[in-house]
Structures are given as C-alpha cells and as structure tokens.
Design a protein around this ligand. Structure first.
Ligand SMILES: NC(=O)c1ccc[n+]([C@@H]2O[C@H](COP(=O)([O-])OP(=O)(O)OC[C@H]3O[C@@H](n4cnc5c(N)ncnc54)[C@H](OP(=O)(O)O)[C@@H]3O)[C@@H](O)[C@H]2O)c1
Length: 262
C-alpha cells in the first residue's frame, strides 16, 4: 500500500531511539525526508542519516526555543514541512507518592511532554497553512485517560496534550491540516525497559526484578505483550500519509487491549 508519503518533509521529535527512531525509519522507508530532533545521537540514527534522507538535529526540546529551532532547521534545509510527529516525552515513576512530586518535577514533566509539542506545533502550523495542507501526529499515551498515581504528572501532561491536539484539529481542519493522536500502552523501549526505565525504577522501590514488573504490565493486556515501537510507527505513518486523508481530531489506542472499556 502506497501511503502517499514520498517526497514529503517530516519532522520527528525525540527521534534518536525508541518510538521516534522507529517512526523516522518508517517515514524514510515510505519515501519521506525526515528531520529528526533529539539531544544526542545514536548509531541507529546516524545509520539512517547515512541514507541521505534524514537530517539529525541536536536540540533540547525542553528548552523554550528548542522546538522552533528544529522547525527552522527543517524549513531552511527543505523549504517547508508537510508532517510533524510530536513524539518527544519522558516519564519518571513517582514511587514515593504524589506529595513528593515538587513544582520542579511538574514543570519538567509538563515541559517535555506537553509544552514541547505545543511549541513545535505553533512553529510548524504557519508553514503548513501557507501551503494549505499538512499533518500533525502526536504520540500521547493511554495515561491521558487512565489516571495513575505512579505517573501522576505524566498522565496529566498527556491529558493536556490530547486535549490540545483535538482543539487544534478543529481550528486548522478548514485550512487543510489534519491533527491526530496515537495513545500507546506499554511499548518495548528504554522508557519502560531501559536501565532508568519504568520497570527498573518500580522494581528498585518495591522489590522484585525489572523483568517481573514488565511481565506484570504485559499481563494486564489482552495480547500479553508490550507493543513494539515499529507497530506504533506503522500507525503513525498511516495517519501521516494520504491514506488517512479524512481522519482528523481522532485518537488511536494501540495497547494490546490494556484498556478494557469502549
Ligand atoms: N514506551 C512506552 O511504553 C510509551 C507508552 C505510551 C506513550 N509513550 C510515549 O512515546 C513517546 C516516545 O517514548 P519512547 O518510549 O520512545 O521513549 P525513549 O525510548 O525514552 O526515547 C525518547 C526520545 O526522546 C528524546 N528526548 C528526550 N528528552 C528530550 C529533550 N529534552 N529534547 C530532545 N529530545 C529528547 C530522546 O533522545 P535524547 O535523550 O538523546 O534527547 C529519545 O530519542 C513519548 O512521548 C512517550 O511518552 C511511550
């Protein structure tokens, strides 16, 4: 199936590993040129840059000017932007409970999970509106609507993010711009399974091994496993391309059946 992404210019935030890297790979595979933003680089991202269809930009997207810097880099390299994938995000499990979450913690979480996407979207929309077309796909989370004290600030930030995307879809739909969100459950990336990931942090606080924490999370799904980053990436690529041409203001849960309600 041709997704209609060839020759498109796409920005992916948080693209050096995990879901963002998988999205960048999928978009390059589908013929797009990708501008990838992250603070650092990885051998995998450098290999993708070697294809000649990915420009890696080292940028801190928590910095107020970071998202605009990334968008400006894409516009100055390629003359415009067709697709924005707001993927950057981070979570720190609040194993000591809500009362230990400081203002600084809240600010850091809201900045990387919410404000970075607000700022990137604000920077990119005028370029899309000028062309009369464009597409924003944002990686939210099931925690946007599954409140959990373990990720209280992250869930609140993702709820704000999903709400924001829906509102933007209404204002910019008439100008040819589609805005959708993808809400994953547990995905097999460093965020969950890395040395500082959710599984390691929770197991350090509660006992047991990171593996048993991860197995418990997987056990809460109908499929019994974490989603693979490539599976999120395929959904994002579909939504970013022409095949999703009349899909906007929608949210797509991809969680192996973790959410049990309709
Ligand atoms: N994994 C899951 O289970 C899961 C579930 C639901 C939703 N999500 C969402 O999916 C998105 C991606 O998660 P992931 O699992 O792929 O995370 P990940 O493996 O931790 O990767 C995060 C990416 O974001 C970059 N990044 C982090 N902070 C940054 C900053 N301040 N500026 C620029 N880049 C930054 C990282 O690169 P650098 O460190 O080099 O900057 C990395 O490329 C997030 O929005 C997350 O909330 C994940």
């Amino acid at each position: 199936m041709d997704l209609g992404l060839s020759h498109r210019i796409a920005i992916v935030t948080g693209a050096s590993r995990g879901i963002g890297l998988a999205v960048a790979r999928a978009l390059v595979r589908e013929g797009a040129t990708v501008v990838a933003g992250a603070r650092g680089t990885t051998p995998e991202l450098e290999a993708l840059a070697g294809s000649g269809r990915l420009l890696a930009v080292e940028v801190d997207l928590s910095d107020p000017d970071g998202p605009r810097t990334l968008v400006d880099a894409a516009v100055s390299a390629y003359g415009g932007v067709d697709v924005l994938v707001n993927n950057v995000g981070a979570v720190r499990p609040r194993v000591d409970g809500f009362l230990k979450v400081t203002d600084e913690d809240w600010e850091a979480t809201l900045t990387v999970n919410f404000l970075a996407a607000v700022r990137a979207t604000r920077a990119v929309l005028p370029h899309m509106a000028e062309k009369g077309e464009g597409c924003v796909v944002t990686v939210s989370s099931v925690n946007a609507f599954l409140p959990d004290p373990l990720v209280i600030d992250y869930g609140a930030a993702k709820a704000a993010l999903s709400n924001f995307c829906k509102a933007v879809s209404k204002e910019f739909g008439p100008r040819g711009i589609r805005v959708n969100t993808v809400s994953p459950g547990p995905v097999a990336t460093a965020l969950w399974l890395g040395d500082d990931g959710v599984a390691a942090s929770v197991s350090a606080a509660t006992g047991g091994s990171p593996q048993s924490v991860a197995e418990q999370a997987a056990g809460g799904t109908a499929t019994g496993r974490f989603t693979r980053p490539e599976e999120i990436a395929d959904l994002v690529a579909f939504l970013a391309g022409d095949r999703g041409g009349n899909i906007t203001g929608a949210d797509f849960v991809i969680d192996g059946g973790l959410v049990t309600t309709l």
